[in-house]
Design a protein around this ligand. Structure first.
Ligand code: HPA
Length: 266
């Protein structure tokens, strides 16, 4: 399946679909898709898009404007743990690229290792640790697969996001995000090991999408919403229900930063 089939299904619904900035929304962070003025298309109606089956995700593509900027929002993602495919978001991201998206903004829910970033707060991803050892580019036959991931999380975008957060008085500390395959949560021993390896937070997504984003030549950035302290570091009982219930506090802060960022590039 190529992204052209997906693109023609989208063009059947939207006359001249275009976007500059693409978003991927994490668990419990779907509100952004609802505030865009534009057209929503269910993933089920776009060939090659995932049948995102995780509760807390809205499996729809929204193309429209937010704060005067043309955006494309992937309201849900397929995770590696759903079907064992690290490249599940390749066609959606190729579609975004074909629509003109040159900047990718990924969001996710995560477990924090840092007492200074407790639940309800945000972490700006500075770099990642691919603890899964997987890549969405396994099987890609061209030399383009040798993607350079130095500064994968664009320094200029990070600086801009930190400025917007500061202006809005929202703490936005940078950290390293570790990708754990899921779907089970980690053990306390694994969290201890990841901490020693240099991670500041853990989650089950985003890394393959950033690799694909860089593969497609996009400038990338990502913000994690902390929904819990990682296993062994807090008192709350970690669960998907808890993730979904905790996400809105951080999501509201994230929306303030996203809107300020979009205003600044409009
Ligand atoms: N681990 C992995 N993924 C997560 C977590 C976590 O603690 N919280 C939210 N997503």
């Amino acid at each position: 399946m190529s992204s052209n089939t997906a693109l023609s299904a989208i063009r059947d619904r939207i006359k001249d679909p275009r976007a500059r900035i693409g978003f991927i929304l994490g668990s419990g962070l779907g509100h952004l898709a609802d505030v865009v003025e534009g057209t929503a298309i269910d993933y089920a109606d776009i060939p090659g898009f995932p049948h995102a089956g995780v509760s807390g995700h809205s499996p729809k593509l929204v193309i429209g404007t937010l704060e005067g900027v043309e955006v494309a929002i992937l309201g849900g993602r397929e995770h590696y743990y759903e079907n064992g495919r690290a490249d599940a978001m390749r066609i959606p991201l190729e579609v975004l690229s074909a629509l003109g998206v040159d900047t990718l903004f990924a969001t996710n829910a995560c477990g924090s290792f840092l007492p200074e970033i407790p639940p309800g707060n945000l972490m700006l991803i500075r770099d990642h640790l691919n603890y899964s050892g997987l890549s969405p580019l396994i099987g890609e036959p061209t030399d383009r697969r040798f993607v350079n991931l130095t500064d994968a999380y664009d320094p200029d975008l990070r600086a801009a996001l930190k400025d917007h957060a500061k202006t809005a008085d929202i703490p936005l500390i940078e950290g390293v995000y570790a990708w754990y395959s899921g779907p089970n949560f980690e053990t306390p021993a694994e969290i201890k090991a990841l901490k020693i390896l240099g991670a500041d937070a853990v989650g089950m997504s985003t890394v393959p999408e950033i690799i694909l984003g860089r593969f497609l030549g996009m400038r990338c950035c990502a913000v994690s919403v902390v929904t819990n302290m990682a296993a062994g570091l807090g008192n709350e009982v970690i669960s998907h229900e808890h993730t979904k219930a905790s996400a809105p506090v951080g999501a509201a802060k994230l929306e303030v930063i996203v809107r300020a960022f979009l205003k600044s590039v409009s």
